[in-house]
Ligand binder design. Structure first.
Ligand code: CP3
Length: 344
């Protein structure tokens, strides 16, 4: 059967007259209906582990806006929790985890095969979504990239410069590399289960890839993503993979081939013109309107949205923001962006 979902066509390399569109964090606190369901669930993690409510918040932006893809509602930090780290969220501050700073910390983690005991509600959410999504809407599963996940597992929280993770890497490389390996194996298993449950695309979020310099970028951002992509394609032939090494800058060039990904997601630190000439030549790209336009709106939003669409018109492109939408965004600006993309 020919592929009709537009995102899957773009991921297969097709240049479409209108780019398919979805948005990072499209289910989130800028939407009143999300806040209502989140209040019903209690805290954020209870929402992530409640299949009916997690499916509901995933569907909310699809109903409101008709995006071309839905992204599973979950979090990249569920995997460390399933591996045995303690995890909780402090309202208004962000995630907290038990820290891993040495071999003893690593030894406290459980085996990769055990993660399903914690993560099975997430697979159930995927199953509900594959039944309930409109026929034209693709379902994206996801996980964090090993480096980004490790930065939280090592520091026990988000950090401005990922300092603790860099220190462990530089001072105790065997433990650092063993941790990255464990996360890599866990991620392959986790994404594989999401695909078996019905995810049609998977995305690997490497939010802190930009802090890896020199050889470290190749070893700890590119290589784990390559390993995950190769293992998934081996187990699930044809599964499209989107890699998002945020902040890669000029290292975005050549990444389709280096990772083996079908699509490279771009943050807004690179200009669409540069990325069309240096990254889109390697395959489909996703991005990269600055999220602040969802707050500020107006003529700037329309002009910049058109500029992104025009720059990437010559090849396969999925329209998205350069990072997640923020809680202070105006839902009306999202509609204006979509109308501009579809009317451009
Ligand atoms: O994109 C989506 O709509 C799907 C769901 C999704 C969430 N987190 C839900 C979420 C996805 C794909 C993520 C990925 C994620 N989580 C990343 C990588 C992408 C990125 O943003 O760089 C990271 C680094 C995390 C870890 C994380 N989760 C942090 C640092 C925080 C706190 C910061 C914040 O925005 O509050 C979260 C919480 C989180 N994850 C929320 C949502 C909707 C907000 C929680 C709430 O409702 O209170």
């Amino acid at each position: 059967m020919p592929q009709t979902k537009t995102i899957l066509r773009a991921l297969a390399g097709e240049t479409l007259p209108t780019p398919p569109i979805w948005m990072m964090r499209q289910a989130g606190r800028y939407l009143p209906e999300y806040k209502a369901t989140r209040a019903q669930a209690g805290d954020f993690l209870s929402l992530c582990y409640n299949p009916e409510l997690a499916a509901e918040v995933t569907l909310q932006p699809i109903r409101r806006y008709g995006f071309d893809a839905a992204i599973l509602f979950a979090d990249i930090l569920l995997l460390p929790q399933a591996l045995g780290a303690d995890l909780w969220f402090v309202t208004g501050e962000g995630p907290r985890l038990s820290t891993i700073t040495d071999q003893a910390g690593l030894d406290r983690l459980g085996p990769v095969e055990d993660i399903d005991a914690t993560l099975s509600p997430v697979y159930e959410t995927v199953k509900i979504l594959s039944r309930e999504l409109p026929a034209e809407t693709a379902l994206i599963g996801f996980a964090g990239a090993p480096w980004t996940v490790a930065t939280y597992m090592i520091a026990g929280r988000g950090t401005p410069d990922q300092g603790p993770a860099h220190r462990l890497k530089d001072e105790n490389r065997p433990v650092f590399e063993a941790l990255l390996d464990r996360i890599t194996e866990g991620t392959i298993h986790y994404l594989s289960r999401q695909i078996e449950a019905g995810a049609e695309v998977v995305k690997i979020f490497d939010s802190w890839a930009g802090s890896l310099q020199g050889d470290d970028f190749a070893k700890y951002a590119v290589e784990p993503a390559r390993r995950i992509t190769a293992a998934l394609k081996d187990r699930h032939p044809g599964i499209p993979v989107i890699a998002f090494p945020r902040g890669a800058g000029d290292k975005y060039e050549g990444l389709h081939a280096a990772i083996g990904a079908d699509c490279i997601a771009l943050d807004d630190g690179v200009t669409p013109g540069w990325a069309a000439a240096h990254v889109q030549t390697g395959g489909c790209v996703q991005g990269n309107l600055a999220s602040r336009h969802m707050v500020t709106g107006g003529d700037d939003l329309v002009r910049e949205t058109r500029a992104v669409v025009d720059a990437f018109r010559g090849g396969p492109h999925i329209f998205n923001l350069g990072h997640g939408i923020t809680p202070d965004a105006d839902p009306a600006n999202v509609q204006l962006m979509i109308d501009t993309v579809r009317g451009a």
